[in-house]
Every structure is written in structure tokens, then in C-alpha cells.
Design a protein. Structure first.
Ligand code: DAT
Length: 222
């Protein structure tokens, strides 16, 4: 039976992993977290000093995934989407979370310092552009998440950099950087934004995607 490949993308913390794993368990599709895959296979190409994390070797990630993507039935989760072959995906979901909710989720994830850190995160730097890229979002290639490892904080590393990452990531969400990147990388009609603020959103999203998978399988079964 032919099965579709689904891309879940969006800023770190919007709920890709939560949705991806639950969707995989209910649909029978396979879930692949690109961050985990890279870590397990050490698919890195250098080290980003500014963000204090390894740089993803995108070509090796693509090589690593090629076989299973050709077979179909894979849910891919990553906070970037412009380096995957366009032909891989039958549908792309960009998860979207309100800024204040996202801020709290990211803070819970990696900030031991609480409000002190929050205050300095917002007071520092240049609020008018996306930090880390030196560009405005309209110019493209402005994805400061490229090298961000906020999703997988490295134990024992300086937390000082995470203050910058948190600020960068929330700004990314504000500027809808991942939505722009998805629209620039895939056909507009297969790119969909999904709200991801509360548990009911998760349930709605799963049900919608399950229906879409069912229909896709029917359409491709003869
Ligand atoms: P991501 O994989 O995009 O980085 P995640 O799945 O790890 O995000 O989720 C980040 C946190 O948010 C985690 O504590 C679970 C929570 N979360 C995810 N989806 C949610 C939803 N729809 N409603 C409430 N909380 C959600």
C-alpha cells in the first residue's frame, strides 16, 4: 500500500514532536526526528560558536533518509525545511503557537534563571531584525534556527547562549520565518498552518491529518 510522507515544521517548541509521535502511533506511519537522527549518526559539519552547537550536515541527512522517504509513510519533524528534496513530501504542516505561550514553553525547556533571564533576553540586542541572521525575514535565508540546538540543549554547556536562542526563536515565530521558508520550498497548495496552543488543538490536528491520510491512501490505491 502506498503511504504519504508528511513534513511537520515550525519554530522549536511549537509541538512538532508531540504531534508527530502521537500521529505516528495512531496512523502507523513512521516518525523521524531529524535532530535525533543527526545526533545519533553525528551528521554534523563543524561547530557554530555563536550558537554553541553543532552545524547540521544537510547533505548527509538527506542521504541518510533517502531510502525510507522513497518507500513512503514517513512523518519528518524538523525546525527547517528548505534543504529536503521537494519531491519527498505530499503535505507540509507548519505549526504555529502564540508568542506568549511559546515563550513559556521554551523557558520551561531550558531556562533555569526565570524572570531575570527573560528580562535581559528582551532588552539585549536589536529588536528590529532577526538576530543571528543580520537580515529581515523578507530577504529570505534568514532562518536563525539553522544552527540553533535549543531543541537539544547540550548538557554541561554554557546556558548563557540559550538566552540568545530563546530570543531568536520567539522572534522567528513572530516573523513566521518557517511558514515563509515552507512556502518558498514547496507548492503553496500543500503547505498548511496549524494552530498549536492548547491540547484541543493537538486533538483537532491529529484528527484532521488522519482524515487527510485516509483520503490520500484511497486516492492512491488503484
Ligand atoms: P517541538 O517538537 O516543536 O520543539 P514539542 O512537541 O517538544 O515541540 O512541544 C513543546 C512543549 O509544548 C512540550 O512541553 C509539549 C507542549 N505542547 C505541544 N503541543 C501542545 C499543545 N497543542 N497544547 C499544549 N501544549 C503542547
Amino acid at each position: 500500500m502506498l503511504l504519504p510522507n508528511i513534513l511537520l515544521t515550525g519554530t522549536p517548541g511549537v509541538g512538532k514532536t508531540t504531534l508527530g509521535k502521537e500521529l505516528a502511533s495512531r496512523s502507523g506511519l513512521k516518525y523521524v526526528n531529524v535532530g535525533d537522527l543527526a545526533r545519533e549518526g553525528q551528521l554534523y559539519d563543524g561547530y557554530d560558536e555563536e550558537y554553541d552547537c553543532p552545524i547540521l550536515d544537510e547533505d548527509r541527512v538527506v542521504d541518510e533518509l533517502e531510502n525510507q522517504m522513497s518507500e513512503g509513510g514517513v512523518i519528518v519533524d524538523y525546525h527547517g525545511c528548505d534543504f529536503f528534496p521537494e519531491r519527498w513530501f505530499h503535505i507540509v504542516f507548519v505549526l504555529k503557537t502564540d508568542n506568549s505561550i511559546l515563550y513559556k514553553r521554551l523557558e520551561n525547556r531550558g531556562f533555569p534563571g526565570g524572570s531575570e533571564v527573560k528580562a535581559s533576553a528582551w532588552n539585549a540586542g536589536d529588536p528590529g531584525s532577526i538576530p543571528g541572521s543580520g537580515r529581515s525575514p523578507e530577504e529570505g535565508n534568514g532562518n536563525p534556527l539553522q544552527y540553533s540546538c535549543l531543541e537539544n540543549p547540550m548538557e554541561g554547556r554554557a546556558w548563557g547562549y540559550n538566552e540568545k536562542k530563546l530570543k531568536d526563536n520567539v522572534q522567528c515565530e513572530i516573523f513566521q520565518v518557517l511558514h515563509e521558508e515552507a512556502l518558498a520550498s514547496y507548492k503553496e497548495e500543500i503547505v498548511h498552518q496549524l494552530p498549536s496552543n492548547k491540547p484541543e488543538d493537538l486533538e483537532d490536528n491529529i484528527n484532521q491529518i488522519l482524515k487527510w491520510i485516509e483520503q490520500w491512501v484511497k486516492d492512491h490505491s488503484s
